[in-house]
Design a protein around this ligand. Sequence first.
Ligand code: ADP
Length: 152
Amino acid sequence: MRTAVFPGSFDPITLGHEDIVKRALPMFDQLIVAVGENANKNYRFPLEQRIAWLRACFKDEPKIKVDAYSGLTVNYCLEQNAQFILRGLRNPADFEFEKAVAQTNRKLTAQVETVFLLTASGLSSISSSIVRDVLRNGGDYTKFVPKAVRLP
Ligand code: ADP
């Protein structure tokens, strides 16, 4: 079984994340969208909220599992018997950062390969941090996130 882990903060999930997940799906038997918990990061939304949104987004897709983990992503992959890490690339800054992370992960664990999908044109400017800025300033965040992401 081909299993990939799509790790991220998803604070919150955006249309960019959703697009990467949908396009990657045909390549794998199972895709685990995994919220990584990093003690040094300050998140805008609590873990439970981020997970609930992810579950709502992908509720009709049986190949997708939503989970949370802490610690090294490669260790989580080994635990889950996942052979692949999925990441999205938006721009050269993403590339440089992702290259370093992927090469480090390969040194840690040769069994886990990182695969990248390029962002869809039109979605490359969307990031969770910009969505948080829009939200903070009362803008219409619904343009940038899946329908399942709604604030009361
Ligand atoms: P992290 O904190 O690990 O960067 P994110 O939730 O910000 O977590 O991102 C998770 C993954 O989704 C990363 O690979 C990131 O490059 C990708 N991603 C984020 N936004 C987009 C987008 N608009 N288009 C394509 N990929 C994206």
